[in-house]
Design a protein around this ligand. Structure first.
Ligand code: 0T9
Length: 375
């Protein structure tokens, strides 16, 4: 294992053994320092909007078909950020900080070239199992994304398999005031490269984008050694309400893709993406805002002071345990700030019928439109 620092080899081996003999919530396992990321999972929903112009352009499509393609183009263009950016910034996939219940992350992408401003609100709505809810909206262009995600992990061969639980719904308001919606499911992850100590993600299986207009995109993922032999490959078919396939698109989600029939380019993510703007840590008032909450842990990880990181992490965890005990003693329950959980999501059920969604019913977290604007 070349990437594992010699002093951490035995700890890495124990960690891998622990993963292999365990399935469920990986976030709670203790991992060696070299694999720790200083970034909390509450920051991850920002990946959905790192190409704000593509998000803003969705309602501009003139027909149901054009808008279905615009949603697919935006969705595919986020995958590189979602699944390969830690390799770019930190050299490998790393274990994110496990958010505490009620952890918050706010940010925005400024208005530019008339695309309007886009705002992001994230809240950790469950700690055990970890569930993150988010809302991203461009009020000017009338496009909003609401979603939540959790993971079920298992071990297979030498890889971690991550099934994503949860879904996201994109809502747009058209010039005539009509609302249109798109339900998205999420791909399966295979985390490979573990034995070498340099984990990376490949996507597999199928995800869907179903629209209230009846249009459906079916996206199949594969990696090196599957049908194209290339890493980060996908194939998407776009079908009309009649069931007829109108477009087939192929390519790599981390570079470019094309329409199969015409050869015209569909996605291109070779240009840099735009990171979310976040208020400076000192200006963040709420102690539960992610970067403020984890400040010292992150400092320890970044600076190689893992003793400090671990001490500060324990402080946060102990404080959380005490809070939960106090709540039980008082017969109280932690109140979520921006989201309300509902048992079943009628939009998921309706649009999910287009692709026979499994499970057919899912809960959801509804945004309360009560977040402070980030200056
Ligand atoms: C939603 C995304 C998700 C979150 C992460 C599996 C994972 C936690 C969930 C699914 C985002 O939209 C997209 C990207 C990366 C996913 C993470 C990758 C990862 O490794 C972690 C898990 C919990 C681990 O930390 C596994 C242990 C580690 C040693 C592997 C690097």
């Amino acid at each position: 294992p070349v990437a594992v620092p010699p002093a951490q080899r035995s700890s890495w081996t124990s960690f891998l053994k622990a993963i292999a003999s365990f399935s469920g919530d990986l976030s709670s396992l203790t991992a060696p320092p070299f694999i720790l990321s200083p970034v909390s999972l509450t920051e991850f929903p920002a990946y959905w909007c790192e190409r704000p112009a593509l998000f803003a352009a969705i309602p501009e499509g003139k027909t149901n078909e054009e808008r279905a393609l615009a949603v697919l183009k935006w969705f595919i263009s986020t995958l590189k950020g979602q699944y390969t950016s830690r390799n770019e910034t930190m050299g490998m996939e790393k274990k994110p900080l496990n958010p505490v219940l009620g952890e918050l992350f706010y940010g925005y992408w400024p208005d530019k070239d008339g695309r309007g401003r886009t705002d992001l609100v994230v809240e950790q709505v469950s700690h055990h199992p970890p569930i993150t809810a988010y809302y991203i909206a461009n009020e000017t262009k009338k496009v909003a994304l609401q979603g939540h995600n959790a993971q079920k992990t298992s071990f297979s061969g030498a890889s971690i398999i991550v099934k994503q639980i949860g879904h996201a719904t994109l809502t747009i308001t058209l010039p005539d005031g009509k609302k249109e919606q798109y339900l998205m499911t999420l791909p399966r992850l295979v985390i490979a490269g573990l034995l070498m100590g340099s984990p990376y993600i490949e996507l597999s299986e199928t995800s869907y984008i179903a629209s209230s207009t009846g249009w459906l995109s079916t996206i199949e993922y594969s990696g090196r050694g599957y049908f194209s032999g290339k890493a980060h490959t996908f194939k998407a078919t776009v079908t009309a309400p009649s069931g007829q396939t109108i477009h087939t698109i192929d390519g790599q989600w981390d570079t470019t893709s094309k329409f199969r029939k015409t050869g015209a380019e569909f996605t291109n993510v070779l240009s840099p993406k735009e990171e979310v703007t976040v208020a400076p840590i000192e200006a963040q008032q709420d102690a539960f805002e992610s970067r403020k909450l984890w400040e010292k842990v992150a400092q320890g990880i970044r600076g190689g002071d893992f003793e400090m990181a671990s001490r500060e992490k324990s402080k946060i965890e102990n404080e959380q345990r005490q809070r939960r005990k106090d709540e039980v003693a008082k017969g109280e329950k932690w109140a979520l700030k921006h989201f309300v959980r509902v048992e079943s999501d009628p939009e998921y059920e309706q649009m999910g019928r287009l692709f026979n969604a499994q499970p057919p019913i899912e809960d959801t977290y509804v945004f309360q439109h009560n977040a402070p604007p980030v200056a």
